[in-house]
Design a protein around this ligand. Structure first.
Ligand code: NAD
Length: 256
């Protein structure tokens, strides 16, 4: 693996536009389970139940969603960034990072020190919520306190009474247009694209590495299990995100 790490460090040092693309696997070492590994979220809950259509379409859908959220949100809130998140923040400080495109909703890149304007969130952010009626913003913490106080389905206080929805993209919901467009643009402009901890099976997010590769970028995939895009990768490292990214960034610092 040392050879691959050296190669990626060299690519990072030569790169003018490095885009890092992250998925749930970058946060498992922070204690947040991913979706598709054994023991992941979809081993315990049925994704069919947690669709956008069920959420906006029925009280029962919203009740089930908030029940699950009541258990998941504290895990996200109490998680701390891990060495992989800090390594990416180091790349920013070294002026080596164009942006992070993330499928994660956990806010950990920002908490590790990547400036919010450099984090493109394709699937939203679990720390915020919004009223679908009047557009008023809420923190997820507020909604969580209501749930803890016995409210089953948070609604916007009167007179609005609208549906409050977490600021996360649900199954069946349209992708956020601005973020998706910006992610595609930055992917196409990159000369080095590093995937960290993503199964690369969720679309349109999984198109991003292909856009980058089509535009001539070198593609690096750091992921424990195989992905459908492995054949396109210039370097593939089947290791844990934390130690691998930490070692890459250590070597970058030594080379600069
Ligand atoms: P995924 O669950 O489909 O895949 C995660 C991948 O990461 C797997 O291939 C796994 O082998 C790999 N992995 C797990 N731990 C790793 C580690 N320590 N180092 C390296 N690789 C590791 O996740 P995805 O590709 O992000 O797509 C699923 C969806 O799940 C996304 O849309 C995302 O929004 C959502 N999600 C987000 C979070 C979060 O915010 N932390 C958590 C769970 C799911």
């Amino acid at each position: 693996m040392q050879g691959e790490i050296e190669r990626v460090a060299e690519l990072v040092c030569r790169s003018q536009r490095l885009v890092v693309f992250t998925g749930a696997g970058v946060s498992t070492e922070s204690g947040i389970p991913d979706f598709r590994s054994p023991g992941g979220v979809w081993d315990r809950f049925d994704p069919e139940e947690f669709t956008y259509q069920n959420f906006v379409g029925s009280e029962e859908g919203r009740r089930k969603y908030w029940q699950l959220g009541r258990h998941i949100y504290p895990v996200i809130k109490n998680a701390e960034p891990n060495p992989a998140h800090y390594a990416l923040a180091d790349l920013h400080r070294l002026e080596r990072l164009d942006c992070v495109i993330t499928q994660n909703i956990d806010n950990l890149h920002q908490r590790a020190g990547v400036p919010p304007e450099k984090v493109i969130e394709l699937h939203g952010n679990a720390t915020r919520a919004r009223c679908l009626g009047c557009g008023r913003s809420y923190t997820r913490e507020e909604a969580h306190e209501w749930l803890e106080g016995g409210v089953e389905i948070p609604v916007c206080p009167t007179p609005c009474g609208g549906i409050i929805k977490p600021h996360t993209i649900m199954f069946g919901e349209a992708m956020p247009a601005r973020e998706t467009h910006e992610a595609e643009r930055r992917s196409r402009q990159s000369d080095l694209f590093i995937v960290v901890g993503s199964s690369l099976v969720v679309y349109p997010a999984a198109f991003m590495p292909l856009y980058a590769k089509q535009s001539g970028a070198a593609l690096v995939i750091v992921n424990l299990s195989e992905t459908p895009h492995d054949d396109y990768a210039d370097v593939r490292i089947p290791g844990k995100a934390g130690p691998v990214m930490e070692r890459i960034v250590e070597r970058v610092k030594e080379r600069l």
